[in-house]
Design a protein around this ligand. Structure first.
Ligand SMILES: [Zn+2]
Ligand SMILES: [Zn+2]
Length: 662
């Protein structure tokens, strides 16, 4: 009787596989059940090996309990993308496999991988005859349709230039060939409107996949797409490795968006994984944005990606004017200058809608004692607490802990406690007092948490005439507000003077995205940027509304400073109960890297938040000239970690290509 040996990945935080034996042959990527200690666990077959390694004597190798499934869980290209991701992000292989497996399959279950037999056929609803593409859309589409193999394309389209129509036509082209297509968006909130556009164009089931769906629903979409029963799937980053049958192309909408990066656990970029997958499957990938990432623009410059410009709006109208408003000597109410207030009043009088953008939710970001300077901070993580008037609570925005309001100062007993700074709630209150008869609609994390609330809000905006929308970056993404003729940006200065790397890239993307929400129906739309730095050189570029100028400038500066995308960064994070633990560990890591040529190390630095659940957090920033070199250095470092006593006192992780430096 033949005995086969397999390396199996198990969902454990270890960087290795475990060897098991079996008398039957099992395909790579199959789901199996194996004994592990006293338990039995689900595992994934990673490779067949000719014989177990010498330290692992054949006698003690356990047998795979069950490998009965007919279909593999991960087909070749997805399987290979996962192997790549585990190496690139230096993340435990089992955890990477499991994060792309439907929840239902992660445990031992009676559900199996098989067709659902609910097949959807697509019928194209051709838009009516009067519907014509613009010359620009038409010319680009013809070229885009001809792309056959892996050949990443950036669709650089200013807001209102009709990118979605291009996506629909590309999908049509793929479906006609009998293949399937995956469309990624950065946030769940953006799915409904895109899904509606696709449903209108294609009669048939459009698959939707994201983390707020029930495990059963997700499993069904996963099965239907795996067996080709649906051919169009729209989803967030968690759907990047959906097993679509005969995948013909991937579209990544708003490719610059930071939400593609997972911020905890397996910290991958959905966009980058999509690109890797397209490369391994040798299929076209289309990256769309009005404000592309520097990484993508650099690759365009290096002729590795092709760029397709959509610079004109479909309606033929001009983009809104961006007007910096000097507020240095202006009286302010709740973050709004008096001049701004009267401009808002004028728009309201004309029956128009106004969008107020402030990048902070809650009422006020500081709750402070005037007598002694005490500031309310979170007992769990030490971040400053934000006062939420609507809930009458102090809330930590880092860890979401909520606390009762202090009537008097816990340090000195004074009752002289005040709030400072502005958030969406205060702006909403100020506007309600100023415009008593106008609907003031707040759109932020707090007002959209309940299911269906975002839909209700958009409904209200659509059906109102004059109205004022107050919101965070949520308002800046994707959605169109045709009745908005005036945008006001309250606190752009925070971004303009931020010392953080790529702050300019972020703030300009945000400002241009916000301004794109305005004036879809109106030539006279304008965007007011309140600022105390009207002469700021960056603001002057942002004012042009031409993202190409700003991104050119950002690329130039980052090249001079060798910052990403002209270098690669990894943050090593360490968490320990006592601060000494993580500092000793990170200091040793820093020392170990000190003789590596080309590598620069900054830190250890305290992370924000500094404390989570009683543990302290510190980090180290490692910068390397290239991705390949960084990968080699991290491999070396990981092996070092395994030998150090310091490692036992910490929980550590890597964050490759971090978006946020904390
Ligand atoms: Zn006090
Ligand atoms: Zn906290």
């Amino acid at each position: 009787m033949n005995i086969f040996y397999y390396d199996i990945a198990i969902s454990l935080p270890v960087r290795q596989c475990f060897t098991y034996k079996s008398v039957i042959k099992i395909k790579k990527g199959s789901r199996v059940i194996v004994p592990f200690g006293k338990k039995t666990l689900v595992g994934i077959v990673v490779r067949k090996i000719s014989q177990p390694s010498s330290f692992n004597k054949a006698g003690v190798i356990k047998e795979i309990i069950s490998a009965s499934e007919k279909f593999t869980c991960f087909d070749k290209s997805i399987f290979n993308t996962i192997l790549w991701a585990s190496e690139y992000y230096h993340h435990p292989i089992g955890e990477v496999f499991f994060s792309f497996m439907p929840t239902i399959l992660r445990n031992q279950t009676n559900k199996i991988i098989e067709p659902t037999k609910e097949i959807s056929n697509y019928v194209l609803n051709i838009p009516d005859k009067n519907f014509k593409l613009t010359g620009e859309q038409d010319a680009n589409l013809n070229k885009l349709k001809k792309i056959k193999n892996f050949n990443p394309s950036l669709i650089y389209g200013v807001t209102g230039s009709g990118k979605t129509e291009i996506y629909l036509r590309l999908a049509e082209n793929i479906i006609k060939k009998g293949k399937s297509i995956l469309i990624l968006v950065p946030e769940i909130n953006l799915i409904p409107q895109l899904e509606a556009r696709f449903k209108k164009r294609f009669a048939g089931d459009i698959g939707v996949y994201h983390s707020r769906m029930t495990p059963n629903k997700r499993f069904k979409v996963w099965l239907r797409s795996k067996f080709g029963e649906i051919q169009i799937v729209i989803g967030t980053r968690s759907s990047v490795l959906m097993p679509l049958k005969d995948l013909g192309a991937i579209i990544v909408d708003e490719e610059h968006d930071q939400s593609y990066k997972q911020s905890e656990g397996f910290r991958f970029s959905g966009r980058d994984l999509a690109i890797k997958r397209a490369q391994l499957e040798d299929i076209p990938i289309f990256l769309g944005s009005a404000t592309p990432s520097l990484q993508t623009l650099k690759l365009v410059r290096e002729k590795k990606y092709k760029k397709f410009d959509l610079l004109r709006r479909v309606d033929g109208k001009k983009p809104p004017k961006l007007i910096p408003l000097d507020i240095t000597n202006s009286p302010m109410v709740g973050g709004i200058a008096l001049q701004t207030m009267s401009i808002i009043g004028e728009a309201i009088k004309k029956g128009e809608q106004v969008l107020i953008f402030i990048n902070r939710r809650g009422f006020a970001p500081l709750y402070e004692c005037n007598a002694c300077g005490w500031v309310a901070s979170c007992s769990a993580c030490e971040s400053n607490l934000v006062f939420h008037k609507s809930k009458n609570r102090l809330i930590c925005h880092k860890c979401e802990s909520a606390f009762a309001i202090n009537e008097k100062c816990p340090d000195c007993g004074s009752h002289d406690i005040h709030t400072y700074g502005n958030g969406t709630e205060r702006v909403e209150e100020v506007l309600k007092n100023a415009f008593t008869k106008v609907p003031i609609i707040r759109v932020d994390y707090d007002s959209t948490r309940l299911k269906g609330s975002i839909e209700a809000i958009y409904e209200k905006i659509q059906s109102s005439n004059e109205a004022i929308l107050v919101g965070t970056q949520m308002l800046s993404k994707g959605h169109d507000f045709p009745k908005v003729t005036l945008c006001v940006i309250l606190n752009a200065d925070n971004g303009l003077i931020s010392p953080e790397i790529n702050a300019l890239e972020k703030v300009s993307q945000q400002l241009i995205q916000v301004s794109g929400r305005a004036g879809r129906n109106n030539n006279l739309a304008k965007v007011i940027i309140q600022t105390r730095y009207p002469d700021d050189i960056n603001l002057k570029q942002i004012k042009t509304g031409d993202y190409r100028l700003i991104s050119d400038q950002c690329l130039k500066v980052n090249k001079e400073l060798s910052m990403p995308p002209y270098s690669s960064i990894c943050i090593v994070r360490a968490i320990s109960p006592k601060i000494k633990g993580s500092l000793d560990f990170l200091n040793r890591a820093s020392l170990t890297l000190s003789n590596k040529r080309g590598i620069s190390v900054v830190g250890p630095l305290p992370s924000i938040p500094f404390k989570i659940k009683g543990n302290t957090r510190n980090h180290l920033v490692i910068k390397s000239p290239t991705k390949t070199y960084l990968n080699r250095v991290l491999k070396f470092l990981t092996e070092e970690f395994d030998r150090w006593p310091e490692t036992k006192k910490v929980k550590w992780s890597y964050d490759i290509d971090p978006y946020d430096m904390n």
